[in-house]
Ligand binder design. Structure first.
Ligand SMILES: C=C(O[C@@H]1C=C(C(=O)O)C=C[C@H]1O)C(=O)O
Length: 123
């Protein structure tokens, strides 16, 4: 089976700060002429198909984790409401947003807001 290339070597851009999208591809991604025999599936097509299968598998895991997160969040919300509190706790939500922003940058905040909405509905 064709293995996916590792991303090696020094990127041709400096490491990007959190919240900044890297624009340039790492070195080693330059276009090469195809050496595939006529009529066969080109190497890059197989590599893309393999990589997309991996992406679909990763996405399934992410979706499962989001569902698990929502279920755990619902337990916390229910317990608080049953104890006479509010379902939403904004200071805790700020911690969640900071966690994602620190790890992923500006889009991390957007992602965390979507996760919170999936976990507790719109406020
Ligand atoms: C789960 C909680 O309840 C709500 C849901 C949160 C979440 O899904 O992360 C965070 C804060 C609360 O608005 C909690 O307070 O921890």
């Amino acid at each position: 089976m064709t293995s996916l290339p590792e991303t090696t070597g020094t990127p041709d851009t400096a490491p990007v700060a959190a919240g900044t999208a890297p624009l340039a591809a790492p070195q080693g991604w330059a276009r090469k002429p195809s050496t595939a025999p006529t009529g066969s599936i080109p190497e890059h097509e197989r590599m893309i198909t393999d990589a997309r299968e991996r992406i679909d598998t990763i996405d399934d895991r992410i979706i499962g984790l989001i569902q698990e997160r929502s279920a755990v969040s619902a337990v916390v919300q229910k317990a608080r409401v049953e104890a006479g509190g509010r379902r939403v706790n904004l200071s805790r939500e700020m911690e969640v947003l900071s966690h994602y922003r620190d790890a992923l940058g500006k889009q991390g905040t957007t992602l965390a807001m979507t996760l919170l909405e999936l976990s507790r509905g719109r406020v």
